[in-house]
Design a protein around this ligand. Sequence first.
Ligand code: 2AM
Length: 484
Amino acid sequence: MKKLADIGLIGLAVMGENLVLNMESKGYTVAVFNRTVDKVDKFVNGRGAGKNFIGAHSIEELCASLEKPRKVMMLVKAGKPVDDFIELIIPHLEKGDIIIDGGNSHFPDTIRRTKYVESKGLLYIGTGVSGGEEGALKGPSMMPGGSPAAWPAVKEIFQAVAAKVEDGEPCCDWVGEDGAGHFVKMVHNGIEYGDMQIICEAYQLMKEMLGMSADEMHEVFKAWNNDVLDSYLIEITRDILGFKDEDGEPLVEKILDTAGQKGTGKWTGVSALDLGIPLTLIGESVFARCLSAQKDLRVEASKVINGPAAQFEGDKAQMIDDLKNALFGAKIISYAQGYNLMMEAAKEYGWNLNYGGIALMWRGGCIIRSVFLADIKTAFDKNPDLANLLLDPYFKEKVEAAQVGWRRVCATALSNGIPVPALTSALCYFDGFRSERLPANLLQAQRDYFGAHTYERLDKPRGQFFHTNWTGRGGDTASSTYEV
Ligand code: 2AM
């Protein structure tokens, strides 16, 4: 065993343990530490026995066992524990050493921490790590951002442990400065919420409108997984629908219909609201989880409020094909919206994001991995300045073709009283996005009417503002010209 370790890790919980086992399997020596120190020896003598690990019983010991520049990675609970550990680590490091946060930190915290750690002469990385327990062990998707000078020092080890796509390219590359890595990981999680929600809407339609059994749906998802929708989430849905409880009945039907959430989808939605980006599909997906959580109220409402009874008399096979198109069309919208959010964030926070590279990082290892991401990478490789995914010729053609079935799905769902908030809001965005003219002219008139907020005119140059005295009663003063 080497005398010094290549990297140190704090936090021997599920993700930490699996990630260090992954690192060690790639030939690195890893020093490990945990707040509850017992876990260090348990790990080194347990899953880590006979392997190149150095068990440290204090932060000081951990830092003393590292090659320079020292790399100390934290995989601890997001929030205060990260700040606490940073304070504990700093005294044991020297100029040029690197602190890495691999947890699910909120990107504004990572922006703040990067500045703080850099002010101490050290370097900082905040990296998204996706793929759960299995990903951490066998190859996660990794999205690092922070101090650019830190990247060359960790690139080899990060890319060695990350998932690889078919041609061997690692699902890990430098994302950008300060909070960029955690921002991209946050958007990944938001997209994950969206992908899951549209799948759930398809499931409800198949079950309640088409009267399909779990086994029949299992077969549909199996077929979809060999087509344009080929992805991890479609694959696990196929398996979930085929999974039987001890009594032979599908387990999924026995699970309480209230969704939990840890907040990363909400953060994505809040960021979209802050930055003024229409992230409708992900927003609806977060709200759908919120509505699902109001179970008691829904049970009460279901007893007193009436709607149409679901009854489908059309061609079932056609509707299943339409559903595939609805999922595909909505998925394109979701990624178009997610990418728009990242583009706006890059402007706002001064990041130089590589959009094709992000698609590659999501291509393998993570929860939203899919063949579809290869096409997104191609779109941004062809045109790095692509303003919206829908303007890429390939996606434009695909979404135009998908809309026929997608519209039939939404129309049928609405007339049958089955909620499909993500599928319909995505379609409304699509129709809004391709509209030269929206009714915001009327909206501007309303704003000017009650608040003298002024408007621009189609027949005058942009930037010239007008106010009309709509009622003949108020004054002619526009709101922007007077101060109370
Ligand atoms: P523990 O084993 O001592 O609980 C995931 O929960 C990881 O974060 C674990 O390594 C855990 O340490 C650590 N962790 C959780 N809460 C923490 C806190 N308040 N301070 C420091 N570490 C914490």
